[in-house]
Design a protein around this ligand. Structure first.
Ligand SMILES: NC(=O)c1ccc[n+]([C@@H]2O[C@H](COP(=O)([O-])OP(=O)(O)OC[C@H]3O[C@@H](n4cnc5c(N)ncnc54)[C@H](O)[C@@H]3O)[C@@H](O)[C@H]2O)c1
Ligand SMILES: N[C@@H](CCO)C(=O)O
Length: 781
């Protein structure tokens, strides 16, 4: 049986609705035998610390006020989550505990760690009780009965026995984080981020398979994503780098968290309790992931020079102040980087061997693969200089460069540093789905194109997908002979297989390029976005999906800072979406887009002169690679209707497909049945079309298939259909296969902006997809 430990931090439990979200995660991801380690809800620990300070200052009024505040907060959580007896029981216990706190304070018998422990005890008790009301067999554990320390050292054997006998396979075990007991049974705390440490300790004692740290960020990023929007979430980070980051200011993982995992195969992942579907970061053993680039910031530290630093002394000091301390040697001297609040304690402990050499320092550290550190150090130094940041001290080591400065590295400066130092030298994994007309040409062009793009970005095609088989190679497929690799290595796959392979990719960036004509493939987009993939589509289904689904996809992309390009879905390689976006971004207001947006229908109408039947021409258009897999998608007007909807949504309109009026270029009788049925009855199409031609000719006109999107005040016109146009007009004189987009806007009112050119065809479409890929890379660089 596999066992997992999940840890939820304070922000994940900050309100009743957050508890409910956590319970949902537990319901969907946990099974009996799993353990849930919890921190104190929201800011409860801070409030308890304030209570302690008021007690120390002898401020009885403040103690009372804070007790009332805690009572109100906890009672509210209990009452919102539990009912009846379950609620009454917890409220009564809470009252008893707070009464004991007040009287202990009055009698000067309050004990700091015991007081702080209440936060975790309340969370574990409430979560277990709430899970029970949901029908989960949950049990709540006070970690003081599981973890014992003697003189600051864990009693490993005793703890392991206690944990193994407590954690049975029948329950979900909700365990308090942060707290333990000493050998006299007194409460001790495990320090900052102590609950993460509790989770990995418990996992090591019960020999769990995996630990998930659920937090408010989606994983480990190249820098703080709250400050830098373009921070890159890494799918995998090595334990060594994670450890170093923890000591150099990255708040996601504490150095201590990793120590119980040493010499174990326990998997550690960091994921978001706010977005459980988002792919996590896995912290892996050395050698299981390439080293990445990071930049962290440091605030308010002191630099202390130490004489004769003993082995293990830094660990003891970290234990003492319950905060990780970074140390390094420069020349023959050893330095400690200590959070300023603890310098006094550290200097005191070192008994005359410590000298303060810099105080109130800020700064940053660049953590990177060792062969890149020297050049990054030089670039960072120069950048800091140009930004007029005074570097008081710096240090370069094998895996990082450290800069200690007077000024704070604020979000703007961090964004500049991140942009110049971290986003370079990254890799993009490309997954191409659909190896039909366009897809095959795209892959053939890829070899040369990627060599060209490679100059600025490392790109690897890692996946090729057909509807039933895929070829996946995480280190890259050799494009010069992908066909023979396909013959030997392609395997059939399910959606789950595909998502698992994408989830395993150790790349900074990933993109799925959809060159299928498959609606079901487009329905996987939300999963791709959850796996942090950018999207490029030639396929029109996602862009024309029902509005709610479409909007959710857009928000999800935005939340994750991911891009979606689909320029070829309208007008093939023509820059129509670019043009509309540019006009709007520069303040213009588009009032009308009119024209011919189907390569197939343009080709058919322009080529038809009566010398060949219309259906004969349809088969030729299919051969030329203009049509959709089933050309009735074109003849029905549906494909052009989709294009008009994509344009309308780009203009900010909230429409669905059926809001666009449509008249087909084929008789309704041919819509049903298979393609073979269509072929058997194709004369019906010929009769239909000749009738249209005759009707147009009677008016001195010719047949074309056109579309219009027009906004006039509150009136919106959106339709595609058969039109009879003047023989000399621009619509009549299109080169067969060309599209034309006539754009009227505030700025292009009387003399419209016209974009015209090939609107279908495998070469131009494949080239258009390369243009989308190029655009994506420009954004990522
Ligand atoms: N042909 C053009 O000129 C043109 C222009 C612009 C956009 N497009 C769009 O490009 C897409 C591809 O067009 P095409 O002409 O190459 O079509 P196609 O039918 O020749 O190729 C599509 C390929 O996708 C594969 N496929 C289907 N479902 C799949 C799945 N679930 N996973 C992986 N592969 C799958 C099919 O087996 C087929 O090989 C369509 O969406 C089309 O609308 C085409
Ligand atoms: N079948 C489509 C392909 C381009 O989207 C057309 O003819 O326009």
């Amino acid at each position: 049986m596999t066992k997992a430990v999940h840890k939820f931090g304070g922000s994940s439990l900050s309100s009743a609705s957050r508890y409910q979200a956590v319970a949902n995660i537990i319901l969907s991801q946990c099974s009996a035998g799993d353990s849930i380690v919890v921190s104190a809800a929201g800011k409860t620990t801070n409030t308890l610390v304030k209570l302690w300070q008021s007690h120390v200052q002898g401020d009885a009024q403040a103690v009372n006020d804070i007790v009332l505040q805690l009572q109100a907060q906890q009672s509210q959580l209990i009452s919102e989550l539990l009912q009846g007896e379950a609620a009454r029981e917890l409220l009564a216990t809470l009252d008893d505990e707070l009464r004991t706190v007040t009287s202990a304070s009055q009698q000067a018998q309050l004990h700091e760690a015991t007081l702080l422990a209440h936060g975790e005890v309340w969370s574990a008790r409430l979560l277990a009780a709430y899970l029970n009301t949901l029908g989960v067999q949950a049990r709540n554990w006070d970690a003081r009965t599981l973890f014992t320390l003697h003189q600051g050292q864990l009693l490993e054997q005793k703890n392991q026995q206690a944990c193994l006998s407590a954690i049975d396979g029948e329950h979900i075990h909700v365990v308090t984080g942060f707290i333990a007991a000493d050998s006299e049974g007194q409460t001790v705390t495990l320090g900052r981020n102590g609950s993460d440490y509790s989770a990995t300790l418990l996992a090591s004692y019960i020999r769990a398979d995996a630990v998930s740290i659920w937090t408010d960020t989606q994983g480990v990023f190249s820098t703080d994503p709250r400050k830098v929007a373009s921070a890159i979430k890494y799918p995998k980070v090595c334990r060594g780098q994670a450890n170093l980051l923890a000591r150099l200011g990255n708040p996601v993982l504490h150095a201590k968290t990793l120590s119980p995992l040493k010499n174990t195969a326990i998997k550690l992942v960091v994921r978001s309790s706010y977005d459980p579907e988002a792919s996590p970061t896995e912290v892996v053993k050395e050698g299981y992931s390439k080293a990445k680039r990071f930049i962290t910031t440091l605030e308010n530290c002191d630099l202390v020079r130490v004489e004769q630093l003993q082995a293990g002394e830094v660990r003891e000091l970290s234990q003492l102040i319950q905060h990780s301390i970074h140390h390094f040697s420069q020349g023959a001297e050893v330095f400690l980087l200590v959070p300023a609040a603890f310098t006094h304690q550290v200097v005191h402990q070192l008994q005359g061997r410590a000298n303060l050499v810099g105080s109130n320092l800020n700064g940053c550290a660049v953590v990177a693969p060792s062969n890149e550190v020297t050049s990054l150090y030089q670039q960072a130094r120069q950048l800091l200089e140009t930004q007029e940041v005074v570097v008081r001290a710096s240090h370069i080591a094998q895996e990082y460069a450290l800069f200690l400065t007077d000024q704070l590295i604020d979000a703007d400066l961090l964004a500049v540093l991140h942009d110049r130092l971290i986003t370079k030298g990254q890799e993009l994994a490309v997954i191409i789905a659909g190896l039909g007309n366009v897809g095959e040409v795209f892959v053939a062009q890829c070899q040369e194109q990627i060599a060209h793009l490679q100059q600025s970005f490392d790109i690897k095609v890692v996946g090729l997908l057909r509807s039933n088989q895929m070829l996946f190679a995480a280190s890259g497929i050799t494009l010069s002979n992908w066909q023979s690799q396909w013959q030997n290595e392609a395997v059939s796959y399910t959606k789950a297989d595909l998502l698992a392979r994408i989830g395993e990719l150790d790349y900074e960036h990933k993109v799925v390029i959809d060159i299928t004509a498959s609606e079901s493939f487009s329905q996987l987009y939300p999963d791709f976005v959850s796996a942090d993939c950018h999207l490029i589509s030639a396929n029109k289904y996602a862009g024309t999906a029902p509005n709610d689904w479409y909007q959710q996809l857009r928000s999800k992309l935005q939340e994750r800072n991911l891009y979606w390009r689909y320029n070829t879905s309208v007008g093939a390689g023509l820059p129509i979406n670019f043009a509309l976006a540019d006009l709007q971004n520069s303040g213009d207001k588009i009032v009308e887009v009119e024209g011919v947006f189907s390569g197939t229908l343009s080709w058919l109408c322009s080529r038809y002169d009566g010398s060949e039947t219309f259906s004969e021409l349809v088969l030729q258009a299919q051969q030329l690679g203009y049509t959709e897999p089933d050309p009735r998608e074109d003849l029905s007007g549906r494909d052009m209707q989709r294009k008009l909807l994509i344009l309308a949504r780009d203009l900010g309109l909230t429409l669905d497909l059926d809001d666009i009026e449509l008249s087909p270029l084929m008789p309704d009788s041919l819509a049903a049945g298979s393609w073979q049925d269509f072929l058997a009855n194709r004369t019906e199409l010929d009769t239909f079309y000749t009738a249209q031609v005759a009707a147009a000719a009677a008016q001195g006109k010719v047949v074309r298939y056109t579309g219009i999107l027009q906004q006039s005040g509150a009136t919106l016109t959106a339709k595609v259909g058969i039109a009879f146009v003047e023989p000399g007009s621009a619509l009549a004189n299109l080169t067969p296969g060309d599209n034309i987009f006539v754009i009227r806007s505030q700025w292009y009112q009387n003399n419209p902006l016209v974009i015209q050119g090939p609107g279908a065809g495998k070469e131009v479409t494949a080239a258009g997809i390369h243009s989308d890929l190029y655009w994506l890379i420009q954004q990522l660089k």
